[in-house]
Design a binder for this molecule. Sequence first.
Ligand SMILES: NC(=O)c1ccc[n+]([C@@H]2O[C@H](COP(=O)([O-])OP(=O)(O)OC[C@H]3O[C@@H](n4cnc5c(N)ncnc54)[C@H](O)[C@@H]3O)[C@@H](O)[C@H]2O)c1
Ligand SMILES: [Zn+2]
Length: 401
Amino acid sequence: MTDIIIKSKIRDYRVKFVDNFKFLEELAGINNHILMVDKNVYNLYSDMINKSFRKDNILVIEAIENNKTTDKVIEIYRYLINKSAKRNTTIISLGGGIIQDITGFIASTLYRGVNWVFIPTTLLSQADSCIGSKTSLNFESYKNLIGTFYPPAEIYINVGFLRTLTKLDFYSGVGEIIKLQLMKEQYPKDFEEIVKIVNKAKKDQLYLPNLIKHCLEIKQAYFKNDEFDLGRRNLLNYGHSLGHALENSSNYYIPHGVAVIIGMIFANIISLKRGGINRNLFNYLNDDLLIPNIPIKLKKEHFSYNILLNNMKTDKKRIGKELSLILPNSEFKMTKINDLSEIEFKKGLEFLIEILFGGCLKRTVSTKKGLVYQQMHSNSDALKRGNKFGIRSQVKRRDDL
Ligand SMILES: NC(=O)c1ccc[n+]([C@@H]2O[C@H](COP(=O)([O-])OP(=O)(O)OC[C@H]3O[C@@H](n4cnc5c(N)ncnc54)[C@H](O)[C@@H]3O)[C@@H](O)[C@H]2O)c1
Ligand SMILES: [Zn+2]
């Protein structure tokens, strides 16, 4: 598969798709390198890693959110400086999004930036986080509040790593894939095709490299002219405002991509209430795309209004007095709103809780809403699809998923 070359104001970089592990030996040949590897990945792949890398060039890091902190970063600076790391050091990171965020932050700040190579090993980091230049640390209880823009010089994607992921971590990647697929700029949007793509990703490992490449291209289109997230790139935050709040309120019991799925349901609720997304599509996405990809038993205590509201208030993307949110319309053209009131947030959250815990989803769609949908899309392909988004009699319970 051909490489993707990403243009960056910092430095252009390259995503390489590989189907073997020979590149590890090549990387181990770089002068003054240090391999920073996720502890679980190291345990699973130690034979392969030790075959290429010398033990004293390997630093093992536990991939937990509590390590995405300045304390951990300082500990690693100390380790590197004691090892006499120089300006020409290359950091090679092997792991998922957490290892990317910690080691990318170090690569960008040590000596004002050293050479950095990233080998993502989770679906989320391969299909989404590896590009876009962001490195993030958590601050106190707030997620990703500190960070830099600094892309790796090279990214190596080998889907072979994904075989050892837990189901939950795999689904966390599925969450970001769903987000990017919904946001792809192809109109009219074929939502049934998106459902098929996502279902295929879960069954067919051979399909993953193409899908990952496609997801990275979708993401790239959003930050191409806005690398530093001052405008259009903000839209990629769809599902993330409430998502980050939920990661936090659940103390990371809900992993990032799964929290994003719930955040997307929430954003869709607000859009529905404001007359954006239509009810049939809202139900279809919940039933066939979003809810079936939440693979854990959710706990009601993680959905406390006060805790989530407090977290939403610290959202980096918030600019005014009210809350900010990225909303889709029925074609999934996204807009950012900055006027979500606390009362609207509360009502939206109540609706979300009802959907996730109520046991039975409201499936009463007024004929009037159906007609409005049809009028909006008359003579379009979307009308044909819209008719298929009929009211579902099948009621899903969270416990059944
Ligand atoms: N910088 C960015 O642009 C960006 C974008 C999105 C998300 N993120 C961050 O990424 C993090 C989530 O990343 P993630 O989903 O990759 O999770 P992760 O790094 O937490 O990894 C998830 C789990 O999978 C394990 N693991 C990693 N690779 C494995 C493999 N091949 N086989 C078996 N186990 C493996 C890890 O040890 C960990 O237990 C969050 O902190 C999120 O904020 C960053
Ligand atoms: Zn994300």
